[in-house]
Ligand binder design. Structure first.
Ligand code: FAD
Length: 445
C-alpha cells in the first residue's frame, strides 16, 4: 500500500516535489491539487510570452504527470473547494506549493492612483491569467516607470517596447496585444534604488535589451563602476562583471532612430506617485549606498510618466490554518517543515526569488523530510484514505475537476486555434477552458 501525499499547487515547485517523491524508494500516491484548470503556475502565467523556450521545461512535468502514482486535480482551489484541515486529515503528508501570487503594496503616497499596477497583475494580464485578464491597464501614455531591478522588471519593459513583429511568434493573448501595440509608449524607465552591481538582472535577459528592433537601451556611463564588488562572492562577481560589460555596451549602441527608449535609472528611490487621480509622474530621490544600505541624498527629481508598474516582489496568499509571516509574505517554516505532516516548498516557502530550477533542490529536500518523518513516526501505509476520499468529497460538493488528460484537451484546443507561427491561442477564462471539455472527468485508477 502506498502513502498518500497531497500537493497544493501545480507550478514548478509542486511538480518537482511530485517528481522527487516518485523517484524515492517509498511507494507514494501523489495528488496535485491546482486552483486553475491549467497546470504549471508561473511558467504559463509569469514567464514572458516571448520566452517560449523557457516554457518548454513544462515538458518534463508532463512525464511526472503521466506516472500512474500521480494524479492532477485541476480547477480545485484549496480554501474554496476543500479546506487545508480536511486535506491534512485525508493524507499522510500535505505540501503547500502555492507560490507567491499577490502584489506587495507599493506603500507610497499616491500609490492608489489610477495607472499604478503591481507586476503580478500586469504580467498576469499580458499572460492571460483568468484572475487578471480584465485588468485593462491604461497604456494610452507616452512614458511608463517600472519600479524594480530584477528580471520581472526587465520582462515588463521588454514586452512594453517590442514591436508586433517581434511578438508575432509568441502566445501574447489578443486582448493584451491590442492594448500594447496601440500604446503610444516611447519611454520606459527602469528604476532601481541601488546601483548596477546590485541589480538582480540575469545576463541573458539584460543582453536582450540591446537586441530590440525599435527600442534603444540608455544607461548613464558615469553610473557604471569599473569593476565588480570585491566583497561579493566569486559567483556574484562573475555575474556583476558580465552585467557591467553588457550595460557598458549599451552606452556604445547607435541611435538608429528607434522609436522607443528604455532608460536604466539607478540610485533612485520612489517617494510619491504624482497626479490628480491618475498618474502623472513619479517623485524620486537620489540615493547612495553606505555599507550596503540605501541612503537618500535629499535631491529629488520629478519623472513625468502616465503609468507606474511596481515590480517589487510578491507575497504568498495565507490559507486558513497556515502559520503565515505577514512581514515577509511567506508561510512560516523550518527548512520547509510547517507542522506535523505539513510542508511548504517553492515561492510560498522562500518568497519570490530564484529561477525555475531553484525550486528543484527545495522540492528534493521536502521529499527527504517526508520520508524521514514517516519513518520516525513509524507510519503505516494505507492508513490515510487520500485520493478516494478526496474524490468523494469533490463529487459531493459538485466540484468539476480537470484531469491531466482534460488539460491536454484544453491545450490541444489552444494549439489548434493559434494563428500560424504562434505556439497557442490561450484560453483566458475558466468557463472557456471548461467548455472545451465534454463533461466532468471521471478517470479510472
Ligand atoms: C513575471 C515572472 C517571470 C518569470 N520568468 C522566469 C524565467 O524566464 N525563467 C525562470 O527560470 N524563472 C522565471 N520566473 C520564476 C519562476 O516562475 C518561479 O521560480 C516559479 O514559478 C515558482 O514556482 P512555484 O511552484 O513556487 O509557484 P507558482 O509557479 O506560482 O505555482 C503555484 C501554483 O499554485 C496554484 N495555487 C495557488 N493557490 C492555490 C490554492 N489555494 N489551491 C490550489 N492551487 C493553488 C497556482 O494557481 C499556481 O499554479 C518568473 C517569475 C515571474 C513572476
Amino acid at each position: 500500500m502506498p502513502f498518500s501525499v497531497a500537493i497544493i499547487g501545480a507550478g514548478p515547485s509542486g511538480f518537482y516535489t511530485a517528481e522527487a517523491l516518485r523517484r524515492s524508494e517509498r511507494d507514494y500516491r501523489i495528488d496535485l491539487l491546482e486552483g486553475l484548470p491549467t497546470p504549471f503556475g508561473l511558467i504559463r502565467s509569469g514567464v514572458a510570452p516571448d520566452h517560449q523556450s523557457t516554457k518548454r521545461v513544462a515538458r518534463s512535468y508532463e512525464r511526472t504527470a503521466a506516472d500512474k502514482a500521480v494524479r492532477y486535480y485541476g480547477n480545485v482551489q484549496v480554501g474554496r473547494d476543500i479546506g487545508l484541515a480536511e486535506l491534512r486529515r485525508l493524507y499522510d503528508a500535505v505540501v503547500i506549493a502555492v507560490g507567491a501570487p499577490l502584489d506587495r503594496d507599493l506603500n507610497l503616497p499616491g500609490g492608489d492612483k489610477t495607472g499604478v499596477y503591481g507586476s503580478a497583475a500586469f504580467v498576469g494580464w499580458y499572460n492571460g491569467h483568468p484572475t487578471h485578464r480584465d485588468l485593462e491597464p491604461d497604456l494610452n501614455v507616452t512614458a511608463v516607470a517600472v519600479i524594480g531591478n530584477g528580471n520581472v522588471a526587465l520582462d515588463i519593459a521588454r514586452v512594453l517596447v517590442k514591436t508586433p513583429a517581434e511578438m508575432a511568434d509568441t502566445d501574447l493573448p489578443e486582448h493584451a496585444a491590442q492594448v500594447l501595440h496601440a500604446a503610444p509608449v516611447r519611454d520606459v524607465h527602469l528604476i532601481g534604488r541601488r546601483g548596477p552591481l546590485e541589480a538582480k538582472f540575469t545576463n541573458v535577459e539584460l543582453r536582450e535589451m540591446g537586441q530590440l528592433s525599435d527600442a534603444l537601451p540608455l544607461v548613464d556611463g558615469g553610473q557604471l563602476p569599473m569593476a565588480p564588488n570585491p566583497a561579493a562572492s566569486e559567483r556574484d562577481q562573475r555575474l556583476q562583471a558580465k552585467n557591467l560589460e553588457t550595460l557598458r555596451s549599451f552606452t556604445a549602441l547607435d541611435d538608429r532612430g528607434q522609436g522607443k527608449r528604455v532608460h536604466f535609472q539607478f540610485f533612485l528611490r520612489p517617494l510619491e506617485v504624482l497626479g490628480d487621480g491618475h498618474v502623472e509622474g513619479l517623485r524620486l530621490e537620489r540615493t547612495r549606498l553606505e555599507e550596503g544600505r540605501v541612503v537618500g541624498t535629499g535631491e529629488t527629481i520629478d519623472l513625468p510618466c502616465g503609468a507606474v508598474i511596481a515590480a517589487i516582489g510578491t507575497r504568498a496568499q495565507p490559507l486558513e490554518g497556515l502559520p503565515f509571516d505577514e512581514r515577509s509574505g511567506i508561510v512560516v517554516n523550518r527548512r520547509g517543515r510547517v507542522a506535523k505532516g505539513l510542508y511548504v516548498v517553492g515561492w510560498a516557502r522562500r518568497g519570490p526569488t530564484g529561477v525555475i530550477g531553484t525550486n528543484k533542490p527545495d522540492a528534493d529536500e521536502i521529499a527527504r523530510h517526508i520520508e524521514a518523518d514517516l519513518t520516525e513516526a513509524k507510519a503505516t501505509p494505507g492508513h490515510h484514505t487520500g485520493r478516494a476520499a478526496l474524490e468523494d468529497l469533490l463529487a459531493e460538493r459538485g466540484v468539476t475537476w480537470v484531469s491531466f488528460d482534460d488539460w491536454k484537451a484544453i491545450e490541444a484546443a489552444e494549439i489548434e486555434a493559434a494563428a500560424p507561427g504562434m505556439p497557442r491561442k490561450k484560453l483566458i477564462s475558466i468557463a472557456e477552458m471548461l467548455a472545451v471539455l465534454d463533461g466532468p472527468s471521471s478517470p479510472g485508477e
